[in-house]
Design a protein around this ligand. Structure first.
Ligand code: SF4
Ligand code: SF4
Length: 87
């Protein structure tokens, strides 16, 4: 039944754009705990310890789906989401 309604064009066929947001590193508070890396299903970010300071780096921004799991897991409020258009 739903299929017939869909075919008739009664159901809007556009899917919501989940990729309108992207992870954004907002400050240098990273402690190197790797929680955000472990929870990310797309291997977007990497941790560096250059100049003996831990820093999270968005290495593969094209892979980010903007799901926000890494943002929610960061205890240091280092990560946020930004509009993909603004980055
Ligand atoms: S950005 Fe946050 S969750 Fe990720 S390694 Fe740094 S402190 Fe941990
Ligand atoms: S927003 Fe989602 S996909 Fe993007 S880096 Fe964070 S956990 Fe990975």
């Amino acid at each position: 039944m739903l299929r017939k309604i869909w075919d008739l064009g009664a159901v809007k066929k556009t899917k919501p754009d989940r990729r309108q947001y992207i992870v954004n590193v907002m400050n240098a508070n990273c402690c190197g705990c790797r929680q955000c890396i472990n929870i990310c299903h797309r291997n977007v970010s990497e941790l560096t310890d250059a100049d003996e300071t831990y820093r999270i780096v968005v290495k593969h921004p094209e892979r980010c789906t903007g799901c926000g799991k890494c943002v929610a897991t960061c205890k240091h409020n280092t990560l946020g989401l930004a509009s993909r258009k603004a980055v």
